[in-house]
Design a protein. Structure first.
Length: 58
C-alpha cells in the first residue's frame, strides 16, 4: 500500500469514527466509557495521519 493510499484509508476511518462519535453523543443509552474510547481511537488515527503527512514533507 502506498503512503497516499494508507493516508486515504486513515482519513476514511477517521470520518467513520466521527460519525460514530456523533451518534454516540446524541444517544442517551451510550455510556461515557464508550464515548471516551471512540475519542481515543479518533485521536490515534489523527496522530497517525499527521505523522504520515510530516514524513512526506521532509
Amino acid at each position: 500500500m502506498t503512503m497516499q493510499a494508507h493516508l486515504e484509508s486513515l482519513e476514511k476511518k477517521h470520518g467513520a469514527l466521527e460519525e460514530k462519535l456523533h451518534t454516540a453523543l446524541t444517544s442517551p443509552s451510550i455510556n461515557d466509557q464508550h464515548i471516551a474510547e471512540l475519542k481515543r481511537l479518533k485521536l490515534r488515527i489523527k496522530d497517525e495521519m499527521e505523522r504520515l503527512r510530516a514524513s512526506t514533507r521532509h
